[in-house]
Ligand binder design. Structure first.
Ligand code: TAP
Length: 488
């Protein structure tokens, strides 16, 4: 066990009103290090009572409390201070994240840069969201302003705990909401530490609360709480349905980000070496546990052999290792996910789907770690689950297409619509094809898993609804008040 990454004692509590509290039920949950398969920390098993306490604290902060009275500029300054505090603590946070999720240290460090950037961006944006004046009847003056919902609930997944915290609470706080966060039981140590850092840099009581615990307990209690005003959720489609149902019962809104099966459309005239390298690297980022992973490669038939050779060459060289080994990827999050991915492998074998190449697992990784060697399959039959289902692991599927129309049909041939990329040096074709694809973000000759903090991000179709990142997130996590003044 690495002393540097020991979880803070305080992680055993729930964080409400800038203080640690014991969970009302007194229960804790073990935290397993995915690279080792051993318990290395405990977290509180928060429940309905803790959630209720957190929501009450948030309500008090948002309405009449110091947080609710702050100007947008003051809120922005606090967010900027938090960004600086994250930078100052980046190495400790990265070690904690790497231990908790198993990801390579270089990835965990990059995640902390992105997390700080969320707060930097939204700190700067807080006082730059303006309303409108609207021409109306004679004798009237009408103006709109963006106002916070009040108390926002945030249910986040385990794949990027720190980044997800920044992505969801950054814009919510910038707009003046008080936030209650339910992080995933599998990886929630950095969100807890970030909340503690928020208290240290001066956020008033109640602006943030983090209640760790089981999804069906703390998560369900939070999403169904009668006194929340909005829910932001990222995770599986199944839980997304529960969240939206809970929101509907309360007559409140929600944003859902439910993953994808994002396509790369590769034409033979593209820079195939660059494309292959970007496709392979972004696919195994975070061991493929990225909602926006480009997990389907659709290749023009004439270029199929060349693309497959380049991709197989790269996949064959990929190595999974522990965070300290800092190889191409780490383990997956837990035994259930490993088993789930191996289920895809077994069914592909039964269906005789060809494996083009496999990466390896580094010698010397702990026996109990949840490692999966990356794999690339092709040609994957169009109806096969590897062509349509989100694996959430380091697995790439390659499918040939006939022509432009076929490429667009295939790209749109799943339930999802989160991200896509078109690779071609024919600018007209690249733009034409990109505009035919139903996805929230479409890259041309590039692919950034998740895209930049500045860029609106979210799904079409069953990838969900609502937008995070960029200024779009500020709009989706606030509402409009219209003031109509009759004057003489
Ligand atoms: P989910 O179960 O959807 O977990 C996401 C969040 O929802 C976690 O905080 C979870 O808490 C919470 N949750 C679970 N049940 C809940 C309930 N009844 N009410 C309210 N909140 C609840 O995802 P998972 O099981 O971790 O992963 C399963 C699959 O989901 C993956 O294989 C992958 O395909 C997909 N997934 C997608 C994403 C993205 S980014 N789109 C992220 C993670 C997973 P606990 O984890 O503490 O139970």
């Amino acid at each position: 066990m690495n002393a540097h990454t020991k979880a803070p004692e305080a992680a055993k509590g729930v964080f409400i009103d800038n203080r640690w509290h014991k969970p009302a039920n007194g229960r804790t949950l073990p935290v397993v290090a995915p690279a080792e398969g051993v318990v290395f920390a405990e977290i509180a098993a928060g429940g309905a009572e803790d959630v209720d306490r957190a929501v009450k604290a948030a309500r008090k902060a948002a309405e009449g409390g110091a947080w609710g009275r702050m100007s947008a500029t003051e809120r922005g300054r606090l967010l900027t201070k938090l960004a600086l505090a994250i930078e100052a603590n980046a190495e400790d946070l990265a070690r904690l994240e790497a231990r908790d999720t198993g990801k390579p240290m270089k990835q965990a460090r990059a995640d902390m840069v992105a997390t700080a950037r969320y707060f930097e961006f939204y700190g700067g944006a807080a006082d730059k969201v303006h309303g409108e004046t609207i021409p109306f009847l004679p004798g009237y003056f009408v103006t709109t302003e963006r106002v916070p919902f009040g108390v926002t609930a945030h249910v986040i997944p385990w794949n990027y705990p720190a980044q997800m915290f920044g992505r969801t609470v950054g814009p919510a706080l910038a707009m003046g909401n008080a936030c209650v966060v339910k992080p995933a039981e599998d990886a929630c140590l950095t969100p807890l530490r970030l909340a503690e850092l928020m208290a240290e840099v001066g956020f008033p009581e109640g602006a943030i609360a983090v209640v760790p615990g089981l999804g069906e307990e703390a998560g369900a209690a939070l999403s169904g709480h009668p006194d929340i005003d909005f829910i932001s959720f990222t995770g599986s489609p199944e839980v997304g349905t529960l969240i939206q149902t809970a929101a509907a019962r309360n007559h409140i809104g929600c944003t859902l980000e439910l993953g994808g099966k994002s396509p790369h459309v590769v034409f033979g005239d593209a820079d195939l070496d660059t494309a292959a390298s970007v496709i392979a690297n972004t696919m195994v980022q975070n061991a493929g546990q990225t909602c926006s992973a480009g997990s389907r490669v659709l290749v023009e038939k004439a270029a199929y052999e060349r693309v497959v050779t380049a991709l197989a060459d790269r996949f064959g060289k990929l190595v999974a290792g522990t965070p300290e080994m800092d190889r191409d990827l780490g383990p997956v999050i837990n035994a259930t996910q490993k088993k789930r991915i191996e289920g895809f492998f077994a069914r592909a074998e039964e269906g005789s789907v060809p494996v083009l190449a496999s990466g390896t697992i580094a010698a010397g990784v702990p026996d109990g770690g949840f490692f999966v060697a990356p794999r690339i399959y092709g040609p994957v039959p169009r109806g096969n689950e590897l062509a349509n289902k989100e694996v959430f692991g380091p697995v790439l599927s390659v499918l040939p297409f006939e022509d432009e129309a076929d490429a667009v049909r295939l790209a749109n041939g799943t339930d999802y619509g989160l991200m896509a990329a078109v690779w071609s040096h024919d600018g007209n074709r690249a733009v034409r094809v990109s505009r035919g694809i139903k996805a929230g973000q479409v890259y041309i000759n590039a692919f950034g898993a998740g895209g930049g903090i500045e860029l609106p991000f979210g799904g079409m179709k069953k990838s969900g609804h609502g937008r995070e990142k960029g200024f779009a997130a500020l709009h989706d996590i606030s509402t409009i008040r219209t003031t109509i003044i009759k004057h003489g």
